[in-house]
Design a protein around this ligand. Structure first.
Ligand code: FES
Length: 69
């Protein structure tokens, strides 16, 4: 496991559901190419903020996917 993987594991993207960046990136690498698809694949976006907080972060990861993956 490299440093980036450790950081991704510790970084929570969906705070409501406690889902890490690692899980979000795995969903994107498995084909989720929109925020909605990432939400449904990772069971996020449906917490108390209704995706307000994690939606933007997921979009940013999608927008920068070439550097993120
Ligand atoms: S942070 Fe993801 S639903 Fe609130």
């Amino acid at each position: 496991m490299d440093n980036q993987e450790i950081i991704d594991k510790l970084t929570k993207v969906c705070i409501c559901k406690g889902v890490s960046k690692q899980t979000i990136k795995k969903a994107i690498s498995e084909g989720a190419d929109t925020v909605e698809k990432v939400w449904s694949m990772t069971n996020t976006g449906n917490g108390s903020c209704k995706g307000k907080r994690c939606g933007e972060k997921i979009q940013l990861i999608l927008d920068n996917w070439e550097e993120e993956k």
